[in-house]
Design a protein around this ligand. Structure first.
Ligand code: PGU
Length: 447
């Protein structure tokens, strides 16, 4: 039976003859001779359409909406009062310095990235006087932002740790659930958030940590827990530390918001430093996406704090074996910007001022939203808007209320009711408050 598909030779002849007769004529003739050509089956015919990402997909939907009223409170990305993305002044200055420096080149970075960047990143999170750094027992590698640091950490744990299972807070940043299992570390939840109090389920959390196996890896948000905005108090952190250490569990800190929660880099590092101060081991994933506004530059670091320098050095050598077949070596530009800022006293000082400015604007958005809801007499207790910490408010609005707000008010947010306070401005607060009010009152009428 003659095949309906073209051989390579037939294609070549068809292409050549096209030169003489015009592409349209050839196309028509080909379709007559090979009727199935236009719909030749693909070897990927079975591939299913994947759903959009629960967080980044919100921006996709937002971009498609032509309404001038639209507001994107989905992704955790800082916006100015004018609703625009912000490039920090210190970042611009550092970039200018880098561009002007003709001695710089575009050579490959080492597998673990810029070593000065790594040292300064460890210092930023562990503290300038950290004994762990002084004793040379921290292995730090540059990573593709926080996500990349988590993924490299996961793969290292799956290869080298006797208890490769990780306990994640419930709820947590949605990508954690994928990063760890795909990196070879199965995950389980521990209780964290109590929807009734809209606060920490401290007792439940401790119970679950005690019930988790000895040696299990425990993921902790270093500050500004995403999505809930609920952090343990300093006393609670101490209680958590005692349980984790008594069970010889391995803390894995995800630190995506240092300086963004309180406005102070040191204060936001409290939990990590508390665990490092007891001399025990831990992992720390750092991101400069939010605190330096380097989102798209993908700048981050992974530190493994070990009990001695010899282990740290061997860990470092094995981290290279994780990274090399994954992406070989990290990009230079963003980490060079961060290193320039971290290394220069004046730029560093300026950065802390700009960082505080961002944190303060977010805090003022909390007050404005709370006041706007009070002014409308929106039913319910909204004090959690003021109490929660960091970039997000976990509003307590349910999926159908979120859908209503998107449909009627063009407000985009994740379906779990999380809103990015950093995406709000004085101009958009009234619109958001109207939407929340209508969603809450509408839901009350229905029930
Ligand atoms: N860890 C936590 C707790 C985060 O919230 C985020 C970002 C990351 C790690 C990863 O950030 P990197 O950009 O890789 O450094 N979460 C934001 C950004 C959007 C996203 O989901 O990646 C968010 O809106 O939740």
């Amino acid at each position: 039976m003659a095949s309906n598909f073209m051989s390579v030779q037939e294609r070549r002849i068809a292409t050549l003859s096209g030169h003489f007769r015009g592409a349209a004529a050839v196309e028509e003739e080909l379709l007559q001779r090979f009727p199935t050509m236009a719909m030749a089956p693909s070897v990927f015919e079975h591939v299913q359409q994947a759903p959009e990402d629960p967080i980044l997909g919100v921006t996709v939907a937002y971009n498609k909406d032509p309404s001038p009223l639209k507001v994107n409170l989905g992704v955790g990305a800082y916006r100015t009062e004018e609703g625009k993305p912000l490039v920090l002044n210190v970042v611009r200055r550092a970039e200018q310095q880098l561009v002007a420096d003709r001695s710089r080149n575009k050579e490959y970075q080492p597998i673990t990235g810029i070593s000065q960047f790594n040292k300064l990143s460890a210092k930023l999170i562990l503290g300038a006087n950290s004994p762990a750094i002084a004793e040379n027992r921290v292995a730090t590698v540059q990573a593709l932002s926080g996500t990349g640091a988590l993924r490299v950490g996961a793969e290292f744990i799956s290869r080298h740790y006797a208890k490769p299972i990780i306990f994640l807070p419930n709820p947590t940043w949605g990508n954690h659930n994928k990063i760890f299992p795909l990196g070879g570390v199965p995950q389980k939840p521990y209780r964290y958030y109590d929807p009734k109090t809209r606060g920490l389920d401290y007792e439940g959390m401790l119970e679950d940590l005690k019930a988790a196996p000895d040696g299990a890896v425990i993921l902790l948000h270093a500050c500004a827990h995403n999505p809930t905005g609920v952090d343990p108090t300093e006393e609670q952190w101490e209680g958590i530390r005692q349980v984790i250490r008594s069970k010889h569990q391995l803390p894995f800190f995800d630190c995506a918001y240092q300086g963004f929660a309180s406005g102070s880099l040191d204060k936001d590092a409290h939990a990590v430093r508390l665990f490092v101060a007891d001399g025990g081991e831990c992992f720390v994933a750092q991101s400069y996406a939010k605190n330096m506004g380097l989102y798209g530059e993908r700048v981050g670091a992974l530190s493994v704090v070990c009990t001695n320098a010899a282990v740290a050095s061997r860990v470092d050598s094995q981290l290279k074996l994780v990274i090399r077949p994954m992406y070989s070596s990290p990009p230079a530009h963003g980490a060079a910007i961060a290193a320039t800022i971290l290394a220069d006293g004046r730029l560093f000082q300026e950065w802390t001022v700009e960082l505080k400015g961002m944190a303060d604007r977010i805090i003022s958005m909390r007050q404005q939203l709370y006041d706007a809801l009070q002014a409308r007499g929106t039913p319910g207790d909204w004090t959690h808007v003021l109490k929660q910490i960091g970039m997000f408010t976990f509003t307590g609005l349910n999926k159908s209320q979120v859908e209503f707000m998107t449909r009627q008010y063009h407000i985009y947010m994740t379906s779990d009711g999380r809103i990015s306070m950093a995406g709000l401005s004085s101009k958009t607060v009234p619109h958001l408050a109207d939407a929340i009010h209508a969603a809450v009152v509408g839901a009350q009428r229905k029930s």
